[in-house]
Unconditional design. Sequence first.
Length: 391
Amino acid sequence: MKQPMIYLDNSATTPTDPRVVEQMLPYFYDLPGNAASRTHAYGWQAEEAVSKARQQVAGLLGVDKSEIVFTSGATEAVNLAIKGVYDTYQRKGKHLITVKTEHKAVLDSCQWLEERGAEVTYLEVDEQGRIDLKELENAIREDTILVAVMWANNETGVIQDVATIGEICNRREVFFFCDGTQAVGKIPVDPVAMGVHLLAFSAHKMYGPKGVGALYVRRKNPPVKLTAQLAGGGHERGRRSGTLNVPGIVGFGAAAALAQTEMMAEIERLSSWRDQLEIKLLESLERVKVNGSQEMRLPQITNLCFEYADAEDVMRTFNQVLAVSSGSACTSASLDPSHVLKAMGLSSDQAHASLRLSFGRFNQEEDVDRVTAAIVSGVNSVRADSPLWRQ
Ligand SMILES: *Cc1c(COP(=O)(O)O)cnc(C)c1O
């Protein structure tokens, strides 16, 4: 019997949990109301459902529900945070600090502002993928208004020292925006304890539906003001206009509630499979290297460089049985080597020979052996064809 394909690209997107879909379904047909309609029960029911979901999402982070702004995803939340803070505070200063390994949503938002008068410092990372905290401290100027550093990287899973970054930003009185898209729902994320002022995240990276995300915006100590980036009906307390995606938001809330109860067990399960896979691949193949810190890393992801085995060629050998990726889905349309791996000091060839393997809630233990077999035979056959291998 043909076995189903193994999905090992959960960092690009996760399947929606069936229990989440179940809770969304009524809001497509039986309860079709607009959450902003105040004149009938359909509207009130939709508003109630959104309010419950907002509480569930806020609950996962331990924040107040008035601090959650629903968006169409993390990309929009990132744009709202960076451009929204800049628009409000640019009279105070026009300098931003970010990191070379950030997601394109962050880098392109910063570049967009640069073209309009902002000054941006792009911090380097070491070969572990981590920033130097002294360098961050030294980069802060009188006119710095925002530091944007992600919680965990989408290609390598490498986690930054968020607590210390938060401490530095609060002491120096600059806002700390964190792209938490890969971390929220996967590991404990407490923006208040970490001194994070704004946090972006997305439902489809945590077993919720695609097309819905959120921005946490701190309301006190200190309050953060934002200039809305979408003009319209003044939804979300004037911070994000547009009719709310009620079924999506309900699903986001359900996904957040599930993450809260299942996170700890999931961390153990997925990290054990990830570690087994890594050990087996390192045992079975020569010239394999883990990209980035193995200590400060998300539990479910690994990024491996198989020298002399181009990742596109390797993936072609198993594309009927195994779904993985090289680099991130967001930039995989381009043939450029990963900007994240390059920033960590890999050569273009090494970056092109790297695969990202990310487990999720619906993988099974048996997947580890099948994935190992597929990758080992793929790498061996690509290397056998390479004139550079064995020279
Ligand atoms: C996926 C991702 C995004 C973009 O999220 P969308 O909801 O797909 O717009 C932003 N940042 C990181 C780190 C991501 O992994």
